[in-house]
Design a protein around this ligand. Sequence first.
Ligand code: SF4
Ligand code: SF4
Length: 235
Amino acid sequence: MRLEKQQITAGFIKQKTIEKGAALCGIAPIERFINAPHGFHPTDILPQCRSVIVFASPFPISTLSCNTNSPYTFVRNKMVEKTDQISFLLAVELEQEGILAVPIPCAEPYDYWDESRNHGRGILSLKHSAHLAGLGNLGKNTLLVNRTYGNMIWLGAVLVSAELEGDSIDMETLCPSGCTLCLDKCPQHALDGKTIDQKLCREKSISCTPGGGWVLSCNICRKICPANRVIKQNL
Ligand code: SF4
Ligand code: SF4
């Protein structure tokens, strides 16, 4: 049954998102993006955007215990597939309900690339969008930290033309007082507590295997973070 536009509520959209396999879903009204960089505002992508739906799925933490990088890389690639599938299906369904709905690719391609700094940027910051949608706050490792899943989540988003009720923003820092583990243990000194030097990070975190493939070869700042303790306790 097709809903009238005014019947499309935040609750309806969250239900549809969770049904497609996400674990978390929040909504950020467009007014919250006032500090988005020029060219990377949701309305730079979809001028009619009124709300940003952000969702997250758990990233299996067991892969952080492996002595090889292949399982972590495999899981990362599967998370990209799963997340893009959820945002794609959600956008198709919402469009059929009569609103504009645009899925945001959760990884590549980069629209912006600075060759000199090896610095890339997607069309929308999913981490900042997730914060504005109430899913958590950014840690000093620049990853989004969620109260239930720590940093072990993968984020996706859909822009919509419907005005939806927003979720409360979590303003509290989720880094324990005085913690600088990720800064101290990063082998590249790529973190300063607020930003990441992508060039330094990429030199260590992406490697080619002798067989010609590529793997994610560093995840120390993700692995070492005590914000993941809640899920670790359950294993
Ligand atoms: S390791 Fe510590 S400082 Fe770094 S993100 Fe995690 S909690 Fe925050
Ligand atoms: S992935 Fe590794 S190199 Fe990159 S910031 Fe994290 S700890 Fe540093």
